[in-house]
Design a protein around this ligand. Structure first.
Ligand code: ZN
Length: 162
C-alpha cells in the first residue's frame, strides 16, 4: 500500500493533457494500485493520474454502490439527461460547488490487462466518470461551477438549517 501526494489546484500538472497508455507495465499497475490506496485514504470517489503527478490517461472510480473500476485510455461515448448538484475534488480541498453533469454516462476503456471494457452509470457514478475524464484533458470542475465555489463547512451548515 502506497499513498501518493495529491496535487492541488495551481499545480501545472493539473492543466496538462495526459498521454495515452500504449503498453501496460508493472510500473503502471503499481500506479493504479497506489491510485486506489490514495483515493480511499482521502475518502474520494474517483482519482485521475495527473492528480498524483502522472500525465497518463488513467482514472480510478469507486462510488461505493458498484465495483471499483480502473479505466485506461477512457473515452466518453454516450451521455443522457442532466443533474445539477454539489461536487468536490481531492485537488481542490475543502471546497464544493454546484455543477451540472449528465445523469447517465457510458465510457469505453481498457482494464489493467489492456482488455476493452465498457463502464456505465447513473447519478453519482455518471458525475464521477465525467469529472475524472476531464482531468485527463487538464480541466477542473471549478471551471464549470454555477455561482460561487464555497467552503465545505459553510455548505454543511446551510444543509443542516434547511
Ligand atoms: Zn477531481
Amino acid at each position: 500500500m502506497a499513498i501518493r501526494e495529491i496535487r492541488v489546484m495551481g499545480d501545472p500538472v493539473l492543466s496538462k493533457r495526459c498521454k495515452e497508455v500504449t503498453e501496460m507495465t508493472d510500473r503502471l499497475k503499481t500506479l493504479v494500485n497506489d491510485m486506489f490506496d490514495t483515493m480511499y485514504d482521502a475518502e474520494g470517489v474517483g482519482l485521475a493520474a495527473p492528480q498524483v503527478g502522472i500525465l497518463k490517461r488513467i482514472v480510478v472510480v469507486d462510488v461505493g454502490d458498484d465495483e471499483p473500476v480502473a479505466l485506461i485510455n477512457p473515452r466518453l461515448v454516450s451521455t443522457d439527461g442532466e443533474q445539477t448538484g454539489s461536487e468536490g475534488c481531492l485537488s481542490v480541498p475543502g471546497k464544493v460547488g454546484m455543477v451540472t453533469r449528465p445523469l447517465y454516462a457510458k465510457v469505453l476503456a481498457f482494464d489493467t490487462d489492456m482488455k476493452p471494457i465498457e463502464v456505465e452509470g447513473n447519478g453519482l457514478k455518471a458525475r464521477a466518470l465525467v469529472h475524472e475524464l476531464e482531468h485527463l484533458d487538464g480541466h477542473l470542475y471549478v471551471e464549470k461551477v454555477e455561482g460561487e465555489l464555497r467552503d465545505v463547512s459553510d455548505f454543511e451548515e446551510e444543509e443542516e438549517e434547511e
